[in-house]
Each structure stands twice: as structure tokens, then as C-alpha cells.
Design a protein around this ligand. Structure first.
Ligand SMILES: Nc1ncnc2c1ncn2[C@@H]1O[C@H](COP(=O)(O)OP(=O)(O)O)[C@@H](O)[C@H]1O
Ligand SMILES: [Mg+2]
Length: 497
């Protein structure tokens, strides 16, 4: 099945995409109650301007989506407040930064989803934003991942106040928090049982959902800014003498803070657990040990930080001196300017066996080989008849010819630097799930495999933006038997499920 409509587009968009300019979309609400909210968007805009990157603010309160082309993965938005006017984003070239305000209403959530569906690289996905936004979800997450945190219990009605209190140790003072809420608002210190009951009644009357938490007095909390599960910056916020909360919005002083090895490990564990790409992780030190307080999917940037640098893939991020919020956001934009750092969510799940269309060859049973980092996919060849400028080979009893493109070396043993096999490669167009991928390098493999006739390497899977489900076969395509190969029966069975 060839789909000519997609053909040109896919060739254009995917091959050699790295050199295409990227656009940053900031999804936010301009009339945020939080002045810092806009500051972060401003700093991102500033950083983009300096680097000559187009940056568009998408204001969820004054934006409509005028067009969505799901075949091309483009999205056109219109800001009717006049700022930025109309803009068309190409998902694959867009970095979408979601600010917390966008979660406030359904319109904001649907704009986030629209960007996500256009295959933009999300900082952060809708799911990650919602996880971070809810303090009960994060408390459960911390528990699941064994991340030390103050003992926490959800209180939903008067009958379970005592049980909840026992669960967190039963001693006053305690902390009461609304499930959603930021900048310290909704975080209350309660000194007595009477105070707790009265406050809960008032909260419930206002339809707030609340949790209670063990109180861990600390003069400061630490905010660590993580991007791509790496530490970018950390700051210590010392609360003022008349408030126990160390939010800068509550008058806390922020100064650069250098994390210990133990703190780094804890913070990164929380960042990974959150599944968020850009996250502010807050912890306190209580009796000499770090405890995680919350993860924030829309971290502000109004503070002075210790900046960190990443030497290489394996070593820890190391402190590299004081930076301000502007420099931090600039470092973040530098990081995501490299598309190898993008973590695009794969929207499509396929089975580990599927049927794909291969140029003149036709339908072929393929295996998605996630462990295959070689530069070419591998197609079974019954026989290579001649190999020169033109390669002539036999597949399923038929003869094919193609210009030789290069070679693919296969190493099977670590004992030697010599490849155990050298295969000629050719370029083929591959169509799968409605898209055609042009000029994919394919090596011709004379080693008969039983279950599949084409091995798809990781590079092509990345291009297809797929995730492979090891439990399933033929999710996106019709079942197909592998071709007959002498003495190699199909062990998988073409119709097992
Ligand atoms: N269990 C606790 N014990 C002591 N102080 C706390 C506790 N929980 C929160 N705080 C203080 O209140 C501040 C705000 O709480 P946090 O959970 O981070 O909510 P917010 O999302 O409003 O920032 C924290 O930075 C910390 O200083
Ligand atoms: Mg906080």
C-alpha cells in the first residue's frame, strides 16, 4: 500500500531533520495570578531570542486552534489577543513548554493534548503535568519508588480523621495541604486536634480536597531544577522568621546551594519517577537526612542558583558556580536545541512482529529489533547473485536488482575487531502504518532466520516513533507468514494469538 500523499511530506520532514529550525511554543495563561509564571515564560523567550530560535506564547485564555492536520502533524493556532497572531507549528520541529496555568481549565488541557498529538516534543506531557500537580499522586509515587518523604495521609471525611492522624504518627503540630496548590498557598501548620477538625470542616465546605502530613521543621527547603533527568541548578530557600513555608512567594530568601551526593541521588530518583522532562524537585533536610516534599512540573525561575555542568554521560552533574534564572533557562534551551536530547512520546504501539511494504518486493514480515543498533535494517536474501555497482539478489524465488549503496558490517564476537560478516546494502522505500520512509538503508542477509524476513533496526523505529509491545504481534498490520526457507520452519507460528 503506497500512500502518495504522505510520501513527499515524510521525506521532507524526517530525513535530515536535525538541521531544520526548531520552534518553541510556551503554553501558558497570560492572566496568571502568579507574576513569576510570566517571568519564566519571559526568560524562555529572552533565551530563544538570543539564540535566534522562534518562540511563540500560546495563551490558553485567548487562543483557538484553527486547524489541525493530523496527517502532516501540523497545528495552527490563533491568538486573538493580537499577540503573535496566527502561527502554524510543525509538530516534529516544535518544543512545547507547558506552564502550570494551562492545567486550570479544559481548554488549556485540550491545547496541551493538541500539541502532544501533533508529535511535538513535550516539556512536559499532559500526564506528567497532572501527576506533578497533585500532591496525593506524588506522595503515592514517592512511596512506590521508596523515596523518603514526610508520612502522608488523605482525609476525606470526619470518620477517618483519627485513622489518618495515626498514620502520620499522631503528634502535633502537623501540616495540612490542599491536593493542588502552589507557592505555599493551601499549606497550613496545625497545632491541635480541635484546630485540625475545625480547619478540615472549613476546607471541605469550600470543596477543597486535603491531605495531612507529618511536620518536619526545617529552616529551609531546596529546589532543584532537573531537565532530562539531569541536574541543572539548585537553590536553597530559607523561610522568614514569621512563616514556616520556604516559598520565595512567602518572603523566603533564595541562595545557591550545592547538593550532596545523597541529595543528588534522591532528587534524580524523584525526577525519573515523575516522568516529567523539566521538573522542580523540592526537598528538606530533617535530622540530617533529605526528605522529598514535592515535584513541580511548572517550576519558576526567579532565584539565584548553583548551576551544574554535565561532563559526560556517566558522571554526575558537578557544581559550576552561581547563575541567575535567565542563565538557567538559557542552559535549558541549549540542552533541548540538540534533538538527540528530545524525548518524544511515541504515540503508536506496535507488535514485535508486523507486516510492512518494501518497495518492489511487496509485503514482508518484519521483526522490530530493539536491540539492533546497526546502521542498516537487514532483509533476508535467498542468494546474492552478483555484487558490484549493481546488486542482484533472490528473495522468495524472485530476482531483484538495485544500485549498491554501501556495506553493513556485522560483529558477532568481541574477541576480534574483524567483522564476522559484510553485507551489501541498498536503499529501499518502506511503508508502514500509512507512512512511507524513503531511502532506508537495508543490508542483504543470507543467514536464513525462521520467524521474520526483515529486521528493523532502532534507527528506523525512532523515525517511525513507535514503541514495541513484547506481548503482541501484528497490531498495526495484517498477519503474514514468513517466506519459506529451507529447513527453517516458522517457529513463532503466524497465528498464535
Ligand atoms: N511536612 C512538612 N514539614 C515541614 N515543612 C513543610 C512540610 N511540607 C511543606 N512544608 C513547608 O511549606 C512549603 C510549601 O510546601 P509544598 O509542599 O512545597 O507546597 P507548595 O506547592 O505550595 O510549594 C515548603 O517549601 C516547606 O517549607
Ligand atoms: Mg513547594
Amino acid at each position: 500500500m503506497q500512500v502518495p500523499k504522505f510520501r513527499e511530506f515524510i521525506t521532507e520532514t524526517d530525513v535530515g531533520r536535525r538541521d531544520k529550525p526548531m520552534t518553541v511554543a510556551i503554553v501558558t495563561i497570560a492572566d496568571s495570578k502568579d507574576p513569576k509564571e510570566n517571568t519564566t515564560a519571559d526568560l524562555i523567550q529572552k533565551a530563544c531570542k538570543k539564540k535566534d530560535i522562534k518562540c511563540v506564547i500560546v495563551n490558553t485564555k485567548s487562543t483557538i486552534i484553527t486547524q489541525k492536520d493530523e496527517d502532516k502533524n501540523t497545528l495552527t493556532v490563533y491568538n486573538y489577543d493580537g499577540k503573535n497572531g496566527e502561527h502554524t507549528f510543525t509538530g516534529r520541529d516544535t518544543v512545547c513548554i507547558v506552564r502550570g496555568g494551562a492545567l486550570e481549565d479544559e481548554a488549556g488541557l485540550s491545547i496541551i493534548s493538541a500539541f502532544q498529538n501533533s508529535q511535538a516534543f513535550m516539556m512536559n506531557t499532559r500526564a506528567a503535568m497532572l501527576t506533578c500537580d497533585n500532591k496525593l499522586t506524588t506522595a503515592l509515587l514517592f512511596e512506590k519508588y521508596g523515596i523518603p518523604t514526610p508520612r502522608t495521609a488523605y482525609v476525606s471525611n470526619e470518620n477517618n480523621i483519627k485513622t489518618a492522624l495515626d498514620m502520620i504518627g499522631g503528634k502535633f503540630p502537623i501540616i495540612l495541604k490542599t491536593l493542588t496548590g502552589t507557592q505555599g498557598v493551601g499549606v497550613i501548620k496545625i497545632e491541635s486536634y480541635e484546630g485540625l477538625v475545625a480547619t478540615l470542616q472549613a476546607m471541605w465546605k469550600l470543596e477543597a480536597e486535603v491531605l495531612i502530613q507529618e511536620y518536619m521543621p526545617s529552616d529551609f527547603d531546596v529546589r532543584t531544577f532537573c531537565v532530562d533527568n539531569k541536574i541543572f541548578a539548585s537553590t536553597k530557600r530559607s523561610h522568614s522568621s514569621y512563616d514556616f513555608r520556604s516559598n520565595t512567594h512567602r518572603g523566603a530568601e533564595a541562595e545557591p546551594y550545592i547538593l550532596s551526593k545523597e541529595e543528588k541521588e534522591l532528587v534524580l530518583k524523584a525526577s525519573r519517577a515523575s516522568k516529567a522532562y523539566m521538573v522542580g524537585v523540592d526537598h528538606i533536610i530533617y535530622k540530617g537526612k533529605p526528605y522529598l516534599l514535592e515535584i513541580n512540573g511548572s517550576p519558576g525561575s526567579g532565584a539565584d542558583y548553583e548551576g551544574y555542568q554535565h561532563k559526560d554521560y556517566y558522571s554526575d552533574s558537578e557544581p559550576a558556580g552561581r547563575i541567575d534564572g535567565e542563565k538557567m533557562m538559557s542552559n535549558v534551551i541549549d540542552w533541548v536545541q540538540d534533538r538527540a536530547h528530545w524525548d518524544r512520546q511515541s504515540l503508536v504501539e506496535c507488535g514485535w512482529l508486523e507486516t510492512i511494504d518494501l518497495d518492489e518486493v511487496g509485503k514482508v514480515r518484519c521483526k522490530f529489533d530493539t536491540g539492533n543498533g546497526s546502521k542498516a535494517c537487514a532483509l533476508h536474501a535467498d542468494e546474492i547473485i552478483s555484487d558490484g555497482k549493481i546488486v542482484k539478489w533472490k528473495y522468495d524465488g524472485k530476482t531483484f536488482t538495485k544500485p549498491r549503496h554501501g556495506k553493513s558490517e556485522v560483529f558477532r564476537s568481541n574477541a576480534t575487531d574483524e567483522p564476522s560478516e559484510i553485507r551489501p546494502t541498498i536503499l529501499m522505500d518502506i511503508t508502514f502504518n500509512g507512512f512511507t520512509y524513503k531511502d532506508v538503508e537495508v543490508g542483504l542477509d543470507q543467514r536464513p532466520r525462521s520467524g521474520s524476513d526483515l529486521l528493523v533496526n532502532r534507527d528506523l523505529m525512532r523515525l517511525m516513533n513507535l514503541s514495541v509491545n513484547p506481548n503482541r504481534t501484528f497490531v498495526l498490520s495484517r498477519r503474514l507468514r514468513p517466506i519459506d526457507k529451507k529447513g527453517k520452519p516458522d517457529k513463532v507460528g503466524f497465528d498464535k494469538k
